[in-house]
Ligand binder design. Sequence first.
Ligand SMILES: *Cc1c(COP(=O)(O)O)cnc(C)c1O
Ligand SMILES: [Zn+2]
Length: 414
Amino acid sequence: MVMEKKYTEIERLECSLCGKSYDPFKIQNLCQCGGSLVARYDLEDAKESMDKRNMSKRVLSPWRYHELLPLKDPSNIVTLGEGMTPLLQMKRLGEKLGMKDLMIKDEGMNPTGTFKARGATAGVSKAKELGIESVTVPTNGNAGAAWATYAARAGMESYIIMPKNGPEMARKEITAAGSHAYLVDGRITDANVISEQLHQDYGIFNAATLREPYRLEGKKTMGLEIMEQLNWESPDVIAFPTGGGVGLIGIYKAIQELDEMGWIDEMKTRMVCVQAAGCAPITEAWEKKEKKSMMWDESDTVAFGMNVPKSKGDFMVLDSLYSSGGYATSVDDDEILRTKQIITKEEGLFACPEGSSAVAGIKKLLDQGLIDRNEKVVVVNTGSGLKYPNTVQTSMPLLQPGDEIQIELEESTE
Ligand SMILES: *Cc1c(COP(=O)(O)O)cnc(C)c1O
Ligand SMILES: [Zn+2]
């Protein structure tokens, strides 16, 4: 007889502002006080049933860490094969930037081409478990594409709201997935208002970042994977291109939970938040040593996944930076696109602008002496360059067979 294993370690949801507890097996959005709810687990129990030396024998999915994820019943998992992305050594790129041990976690390998698939697998699976039949998601594009496709996979209705100048590729995915999609003449903060309106008027579940408690848990799996891939030794630095900040908060939460479980010998990772110069509210707040950020007016950047003028989780990002001894920095669009080209040319990794900004940010911190060239640095490339066809200019001469071809052979650099 096969023993039925239920996932039972999630204990409660805890308000990030006032600490009040909520039942994770009922539908929840925000705390009464307006604070975001954060999942808390019985880590002693988790420790009992997990063995850090044997994790690799488990299923090839972020759901291998189910003790640290919010589901009760594994049959509710909605997956498209997300996660388990490579952590690649960047020897050539590192040398070019003057670093000895640079790695990139390539999230471009995910379904829908970004790490947003992790948030969607956790959020949509949990929504299914709770009996939710329709969700609305305000988005800059990538989260919408992930939630629309995962909702389709779950047989759930989705209402995606995005800025009208949002990326075309995401719009196509959302449309193809049969979502009810709307554009808004404004920014993601305006889309938020419309999603809340849909919730109020029609009872559609509002799965906006940090209103819905579980996408944070999905994004957390990046941190769990990085640690497993590094044999549970914390790197010196992890850099993340930050918009709403849930990616960074999630990675830090993962490391803290593992540390609490006693899986990490020496917890030394400094978290780095990189933002685009055209939208850097959290970096500005960090520079002023503030606890919260201010609304960033007229935000604009080619790295649209980071165009979040005010995040509900800003204080949690800042908290992660202060308590890990990390940093925040920003880089402009020219630097982002230049770095994107360098990453692809040196390593063949077709990075997205957001991931490229994080590499550029690390270079800046290196030049400022805040990071040492010998340190182990992990940068998250949050998505695939394939989702941003307009950020690369091509020039390819047209040939016919038989035309004379002029080539200057270069000596191999190897
Ligand atoms: C959403 C997104 C980000 C920002 O992630 P947050 O968790 O909102 O900080 C970065 N890069 C890409 C490609 C994204 O889609
Ligand atoms: Zn509260």
